[in-house]
Design a protein around this ligand. Structure first.
Ligand code: E4P
Length: 217
């Protein structure tokens, strides 16, 4: 399973990419709105210069022509750009048109296996299941993800299943266990993935032992 970073914060992206574990970035209008001083297209361009992988940029139009027009403009920014389109009837029409022209689409705001089938049929490159938001309303996000992965295997859909709205490290592990292709994680969750108290204790003990050895009489 690949890890993407779920942020529009350039300094977070730069730092996380330096750790060698990030294969792409996902943004959304909420994440972009936090970068108050930056023009959207300039921001996407800068992110693409840092990341060696797909960078999702979301349209805000709700009609098919508007979505396609925005998608065409975003595609000119950089070949790494993937167009994020919401799971609506209009969104699927736009996804079909864009995917038929070879433009990669990340279908977002997917909350059920039924919606995932539609996104796959429309030619989505990525299907983003929002795990945390499902759990928030008392649904079992892992069960839904598992169904989507099974459906993909049954029918050989080419769409990649992307676990989104990740809230904690165990979401990432669960997504990997059921066979998601990608998990997109906020910076804070990515940092938590590194942590284990026994790693810290182990490093401390190795260094103490090494210093004792070096200072032996
Ligand atoms: C996905 O690509 C979305 O940007 C994101 O994962 C949404 O997460 P949230 O529910 O924490 O806003």
């Amino acid at each position: 399973m690949k890890l993407f970073l779920d942020t529009a914060d350039v300094s977070q992206i730069r730092e996380a990419c330096s750790w060698g574990v990030i294969s792409g970035v996902t943004t959304n209008p909420t994440l972009v709105s936090k970068q108050k001083n930056m023009d959207f297209k300039e921001l996407v361009k800068e992110i693409c210069e840092i990341v060696d992988g797909p960078v999702s940029a979301e349209v805000v139009s709700l009609d098919v022509d508007g979505m396609v027009k925005e998608a065409m403009e975003f595609s000119k920014i950089d070949p790494r750009v993937v167009i994020k389109i919401p799971m609506t009837k209009e969104g699927m029409s736009a996804t079909k048109r864009l995917s038929s022209e070879g433009i990669r689409v990340n279908v977002t705001l997917v909350f059920s296996a039924a919606q995932a089938i539609l996104a796959a049929e429309a030619g989505a490159t990525y299907i983003s299941l929002f795990m945390g938001r499902l759990d928030d309303v008392g649904e079992d996000s892992i069960a839904v993800l598992e169904n989507i992965v099974a459906m993909k295997e049954n029918y050989g859909f080419e769409s990649q299943i992307l676990a989104a709205s990740i809230r904690h490290p165990y979401h990432v592990v669960q997504a990997a266990l059921v066979g998601a292709d990608v998990a997109t994680v906020p910076f804070a969750v990515l940092e938590k993935l590194f942590n284990h108290p026994l790693t810290d204790v182990g490093i401390k003990r190795f260094l103490e032992d090494w210093n004792r050895y070096r200072n032996r009489g």
